[in-house]
Design a protein around this ligand. Sequence first.
Ligand SMILES: [Zn+2]
Length: 298
Amino acid sequence: MIVFRTALLAAGLATTLALPACDIKSATASETDPPTAVTTDSATVVAPVAAPVAAAPASIPAASVASAAVIYARPQVPILCYHQIRDWRPRDSKSAKDYIVPVDAFKKQIQMLADSGYHTILPDQLYAYLATGAPLPPKPVMLTFDDTDLDQFTVARPELEKHGFKAVYFVMTVSLGRPKYMSKAQVKQLADEGNVIGSHTWDHHNVKKYQGQDWVTQIEKPTKTLEEITGQKITYFAYPFGLWNPEAIPELKKRGFVAAFSLAEKRDQQDPLFTIRRIIASGYWTPRTLHNSMVRSF
Ligand SMILES: [Zn+2]
């Protein structure tokens, strides 16, 4: 019971208090920056653009994978990280609001991406680009959603669908089926609809502290659970709080992962595929601030 309560607490903390990895640099993007070509008042519904089909990482021969230095030197693709998509409540703290994007603000951010000609890409495309230089669609962006919050399914998903956008959902399995979190059936539906499900541990413990059995509890078992739910191989991982250390990378590789996502900190020059950067799209950001942050951070 103690174990369960601890897990519950950790899961709750993950979405409300997990703030140390906040992207300070881009959060300071100014509203007075030079105007960018963004409009947010269009009601146009854009037809889905067929994305180039990327080779699965497993089908790319090791000899074709570029060196770490070449991968590190390639221009980064902007990757956005979202958590909760819901209107702010009086009790939400100032810092938590970076992690809670109000519904209207989210719709405007996504509309801006569509109006500005962005195309969402998925991790296999990103991997093929980074590893082999495979082409990407014009103005690529990756949308990622962490922590299994229900509003990602009920609010974000239909909004993305309007624009033919796909996303990556990094699921922590302890939350599945709990109130305010997605169910297994919803995670399966996301996968069936062409989104990618990634692993985000069992209950959001910091990877830097894992020892021995922790790798089974936090990585192996939850990833197997996600594979059973989706019927697909899970090969992408997001570090809780964006925190990683060099010791974690071989452990992830050993367990079949091909890439891992952090937050805004520097990448590892030895292993850029396992320290792919993302920025948290803040609840405070207008579409223009988001765009400026994307341009500045990647
Ligand atoms: Zn998380």
